[in-house]
Each structure stands twice: as C-alpha cells, then as structure tokens.
Design a protein around this ligand. Structure first.
Ligand code: KIV
Length: 266
C-alpha cells in the first residue's frame, strides 16, 4: 500500500468514506497504528499530558515535538504523519510559523502540520501552503487557548458562537487548509460545518457527521487514566494488563521463580 496523501483525504470525502486518525508519539505505537490501518497519525501536542505527565499542552517545545515526530515517521509506513504546532511556535510572526512548520517536514519527516486557530492564523496557513506545507486547521475547543476559554469547555453552544465557527471553517478553507479538526462542538453544528466546506472535517467530540474522527491513542487503548473525556471510547484497558504483567514479574523475581535455566546461559 502506498503512503496516504492529502489527495486521499479529499477522495475519501468525495466518496463518503470516513477518515480515521489516531495520535502517536513514538515508534512502537506508530507501527501498531499503521498496521491497524490508520489514514493518518497526528503527533499531537497532547503528548505533553499523556507522555510527559504535564497538566496542559502549553509547555511542550518545538524541539520535543520534532523528537517525537521523527520516531513516529520511522514507524508509519502507510499512514500520513502530521506534526502539531506547539504553543508559541506560530503565534509571534508568519515567518517564525513557516520556519517551524518547515522543521516538521524537513527534520521530523512529517507530510503535513496541524495548527490551532481560525481567522487569526489564516495568514500563516496561506504562507505555509505557499511553502508546500499542507496544513490541517483546528477550531472549536483549542486546548492552547485554555486560559482564554476558562477550561476545556464545549464550544459553539449559542447562536453567535455557532455563526463564528461556521465563518472560521470557511476562512481556513479559503486560506488553503487541506482539512479541519473540529473539537468539542455540538454534533448538529459539526454536520453544518462538514456540509458547508469542501475540505474534510475530522471530529473529536463533534459527533458522527464529520468526514473523519481522531482520538488520543492513550485514551483509545486505555493507558491514560488521569481523566477520560466524555467523547472518548476506550477499546482496551492496556494499563491494567501491563500492571498485572509487571506485578507477576516482580513476584517471580522475589520468589526466585524467574529466571529459570531457560532464560540462562551455560
Ligand atoms: O494534540 C492533540 O492530540 C490534538 C488532537 C487530539 C486533535 O490536537
């Protein structure tokens, strides 16, 4: 199978086929997600919370994102790899934004980048697209705006907010984004956005009418248990299984049951 490209995203939307994405942060998990047939792997800045153990996504740096993107790129044979622009890597100037986005492609081996924001980042989206960097936009709940939003809250609930999100979706499409993440918004609004733009929408907490879905890997397979958002479905409880295996190993070391001759050299 060939590498998935942004053209495949468009083809899937036209054909009414769903796009399936997961986050990934390192080589072994990227390999597993690739084998499971993901269309794309997002090296999300969510790694700050689920890998680095931080309280929010704000502290993660460009260098850390590149480090993780390299590992994911090595494990993704078919899935498109998308690097997530961390907080303060694109806010200061268009020039800095393009330079940092380029690092994901040049150093990280990614095929595209994702960036949070609507009309305020349209000049960045256009400049990146002109530099041959495909951009996935991200509106609705944008976790880097946690202090302005006053927490992780569902967006687009009143008429004014709905209208604004519809305008933002159109604006990022016009600016040149190839797809759009819509996070934590009412499902009927997600449907309206999906039907009103020609680029694919990828929902997270946005209901079933989006062109595709994305979830955080560590939520889906049950490794992250500090909190579980309402929109998450857990398909396995791997943390529990891992703790059972590690406990058994400890008990066998303590009792002298491990290692036996089978695990020893003559
Ligand atoms: O950082 C992230 O993982 C994300 C998604 C879950 C959309 O932005």
């Amino acid at each position: 199978m060939a590498k998935i490209t942004i053209n495949d995203f468009m083809k899937k939307k036209s054909a009414g086929e769903k796009i399936c994405m997961l986050t990934a942060y390192d080589y072994p998990f990227a390999r597993m997600a690739d084998e499971a047939g993901m269309d794309a792997l997002l090296v999300g800045d969510s790694l700050a919370m689920v890998v680095q153990g931080l309280d929010n996504t704000l502290p993660v740096t460009m260098d850390e994102m590149i480090y993780h993107t390299r590992m994911v790129s090595r494990g993704a044979e078919n899935a498109m790899v998308i690097g997530d622009m961390p907080y303060m890597s694109y806010q200061v100037s268009v020039e800095e934004a393009v330079r940092n986005a380029g690092r994901f492609i040049k150093e990280g081996g990614a095929q595209a980048i994702k960036m949070e924001g609507g009309s305020e980042v349209c000049d960045r989206i256009t400049a990146m697209a002109r530099s041959e960097i495909p951009v996935m936009a991200h509106i609705g709940l944008t976790p880097q705006a946690i202090h302005r939003m006053g927490g992780y809250k569902v967006q687009g609930k009143d008429e004014e907010a709905r209208k604004k999100l519809l305008e933002e979706a159109k604006a990022v499409e016009d600016a040149g984004a190839f797809s759009l993440v819509i996070e934590a918004i009412p499902m009927d609004l997600a449907r309206e956005i999906t039907e009103s733009i020609s680029i694919p929408t990828i929902g997270i907490g946005a209901g079933p009418h989006c062109d595709g879905q994305v979830l955080v890997m560590h939520d889906v397979i049950g490794i992250f248990d500090r909190f579980v958002p309402k929109f998450v479905k857990r398909y396995a409880e791997l943390k529990d299984e891992a703790v059972i295996a590690m406990k058994k190993y400890r008990e066998e070391v303590e009792s002298g049951e491990f290692p036996t001759k089978d695990q020893s050299f003559k």
